[in-house]
Design a protein around this ligand. Structure first.
Ligand code: SME
Length: 162
């Protein structure tokens, strides 16, 4: 079955999210496999915005391990409290980094990355993974992204095993 996204012709990010998020929810609700849903979510986000990298890291034992993503090759394992991803995991909260060069301990998977947002995926109050997005633009992320992506991550949490 062909699946295509229909998006408004606008550069306004809030409007794009408003149109895109229900489509991702519908797409993922028709499938219960975790990896399939994370893969399509990363593709939907990556193809809708001009970002460098969109993907998931999954908590496995005491590390984050690379999951489905779109963009350049990335580091495969990130420790607890390491980098932006490991910090969002440890703090169980969304981190917005306006300039990755100013973030102590930032892990540079790509030298093109200038700003980043990481949203933890929480299930039963435990962090089971993170959604990580990198941009080539400085300060590309704001509360608008956090307010759209946090409910998306909450939706995706239901596909993780109990
Ligand atoms: N920059 C991240 C590492 C993952 S890559 O950006 C894909 C970090 O500092 O955790």
């Amino acid at each position: 079955m062909t699946k295509t996204l229909v998006l408004p012709d606008t550069g306004e990010r809030g409007e794009l999210y408003q149109s895109l998020l229900p489509q991702i929810t519908a797409l993922t609700d028709s499938e219960n496999d975790l990896i399939a849903n994370l893969a399509n979510t990363s593709a939907a986000l990556f193809s809708s915005f001009d970002w460098l990298w969109v993907g998931f890291y999954l908590v496995k034992d005491d590390e984050l391990v690379l999951g489905p993503f779109q963009g350049p090759l990335a580091c495969t394992r990130i420790g607890y409290r390491k980098g932006v991803c490991g910090s969002a995991w440890a703090q169980a909260k969304t981190l917005i980094v306006e300039d990755v060069a100013q973030f102590d301990g930032h892990i540079a998977c790509s030298s093109e990355s200038r700003s980043e947002i990481v949203i933890p995926i929480l299930k039963a109050q435990q962090c089971v993974g993170v959604l990580d997005i990198d941009s080539r633009q400085l300060a590309d992320f704001s509360i608008i992204d956090a307010q759209a992506l946090e409910p998306l991550c909450e939706h995706l949490s239901k596909f993780f095993p109990n």
